[in-house]
Ligand binder design. Structure first.
Ligand SMILES: [Zn+2]
Ligand SMILES: [Zn+2]
Ligand SMILES: [Zn+2]
Length: 138
């Protein structure tokens, strides 16, 4: 929990009771949840919260890497907690059950070097979408 709160600070997001409650729900449930699931659980703690606020907080937490977004087979948004928010890594998403695995392996140095050489550019960041079927779904 502490490292997620630190992560908020590092990204200039205030630690508000609402943001904290959303993170806490993911930490204590540990599962994939859609905006409505999160909203339902939040409503019990913070009765004044509205669904648009939940959407906004989920998207903020996704932008700073605390949550990982995936889309389930029935085209619903799902969010999972990233357990390595401080480390550069990638995610493998199962396209069937939208389970997310942490991939602490990055092999992009070669690609970056290729781009820098070919375009005489400087590569600063990259995002990769890795999808497939998990061990239970394949
Ligand atoms: Zn992660
Ligand atoms: Zn799966
Ligand atoms: Zn990488």
């Amino acid at each position: 929990m502490e490292s997620y709160l630190q992560n908020l600070k590092d990204n200039c997001l205030k630690i508000t009771p609402r943001r904290k409650a959303v993170i806490d729900i993911f930490v204590s449930n540990g599962s994939r949840m859609g905006p409505y699931d999160v909203y339902g659980k939040l409503k019990k703690r913070l009765s004044t919260i509205g669904l648009p606020t939940v959407y906004r907080i989920l998207s903020e937490l996704k932008d700073i890497g605390i949550l990982v977004q995936s889309i389930s087979e029935d085209r619903q948004l799902r969010y999972s907690l990233c357990t390595l928010p401080d480390v550069h890594h990638h995610h493998f998403t199962c396209r069937k059950c939208s389970k997310i695995e942490e991939v602490e392996f990055c092999n992009f140095k070669g690609v970056s070097r290729f781009i820098e050489k070919k375009f005489n550019a400087k590569v600063e960041a990259h995002q990769v979408q890795i999808e497939g079927l998990c061990s239970e779904c394949k």
